[in-house]
Design a protein around this ligand. Structure first.
Ligand SMILES: [Fe+2]
Length: 214
């Protein structure tokens, strides 16, 4: 919304993007998108904000100074991730229950590779890079040790869903770590012009690894 004027204002009235008349919702709705994520942090508050702003090429839309929390977005929505300061909460335990990781999807391998290069320059290195079959994924850790995945689907969504349902954990698929790859070699192959149809193909990844190229 580049043409939307940035100003202090109270909107005249709510103007939602959709309305449903009473009685017109007749089935249990599924979400239309994941709205946002709140992350509690303590000693790493500022480092956490810096990490997510860097990762998202994001924008801070608001800071609540009284109860410190920073609202960060990467698109037209007002917030996608909130980093909340919780004094005295300490650090993340070693084996916490709860979310294992957050995954953020990107349009292309080129975008995920670009992010890798920038993040590396800024001192954030992924701890796992893998072709899952359905996706090609780079896993980082935020300063508190929460896993954050940047990923590109290897196929269009419907095909990826079918791959997941029918193939991914079959005997033919093989152990997941077979899809691990060296991110720097991935950058090299990508920049040499090896096409995405090869670099996103789990079997090709295995072959390139066997040849010492990935
Ligand atoms: Fe994931």
């Amino acid at each position: 919304m580049d043409d939307f004027p940035e100003r202090a204002f109270i909107p005249d009235q709510p103007n939602p993007i959709a309305t449903d008349a009473p009685g017109s919702v007749t089935e249990m709705p599924s979400p239309s998108f994941i709205g946002h994520i709140h992350i509690c942090t303590d000693v790493n508050y500022q480092a956490m904000v810096d990490f997510y702003v860097a990762l998202f090429n994001g924008e801070v839309t608001a800071v609540n100074p009284g109860n410190p929390m920073t609202f960060i977005t990467y698109d037209e929505y007002d917030h996608r991730v909130v980093v909340m300061y919780k004094e005295g909460w300490g650090t993340k335990p070693e084996n916490p229950v709860g979310y294992s990781h957050l995954a953020f999807g990107y349009r292309s391998l080129g975008e995920v590779v670009f992010i890798y290069k920038r993040m590396k320059e800024w001192g954030y290195k992924p701890h796992w890079t893998v072709n899952h079959g359905n996706s090609t994924s780079f896993y980082y850790q935020d300063p508190d040790g929460n896993d954050v995945e940047t990923m590109v689907d290897n196929y269009p969504p419907v095909i990826t869903k079918s791959y997941k349902k029918n193939y991914q954990f079959s005997e033919d698929f093989g152990p997941m770590p077979d899809g691990n790859f060296d991110p720097d070699k991935m950058v090299e192959l990508y920049e040499q012009g090896v096409p995405d149809t090869v670099l996103l193909d789990r079997n090709q990844v295995k072959r390139l690894k066997a040849e010492g190229k990935l």
